[in-house]
Design a protein around this ligand. Sequence first.
Ligand code: SF4
Length: 192
Amino acid sequence: MQTNTSARRGLLPALFIIPLLFFGLGFISILSALSAFVCMALPFILLAKNKRKTWCHTYCPRASLLQQTGKKGNKMKQAPRQFTDGSLRKILLWYFGLNLLFITGSTVRIALGQMESMAFIRLFIFLPLFPLPQLLDIAAPPFLIHLSYRLYSMMLSSTILGVAFALIWRNRLWCAVCPVGNLSNKILGIKN
Ligand code: SF4
């Protein structure tokens, strides 16, 4: 039986500040987006340590944000069946995997001088937007700026999706298709 404190406590509500800080800090220096690696690694570090989804149950800042934003809006009752039949989960897992592959490949190519850095936001891999105004002008190699923008864009794209799901259907509907939650279930052998 799980008897540790985090298992009893449930999701910490104030954590929604963290994603807001993450996106806000991007306007101070885009290099702050490198902290996304911490958010990506922590769920799996805690999973390996506790053999349960501690991150999802207690510490996930995105789930906290969705809980807050989902309090507003007119909810349609039934979410589309793609949320429950596994198809959207698979699509998002592929999207997440391909996105990470593109990010790694393009960053390496820029570091090798084979490609120009893309120093701007690009949503959902294909929708180029604009560079963020930078309060601090920190000198960094182009590949690091590129990597920061790609991580920021990936986090922003998935947050936009999660918030849209929360406003339209249910607070934490994103969790039903979240690649991190999905991968955690696979590692634990839990059927989604
Ligand atoms: S499923 Fe994803 S969004 Fe939901 S709590 Fe887990 S990591 Fe966070």
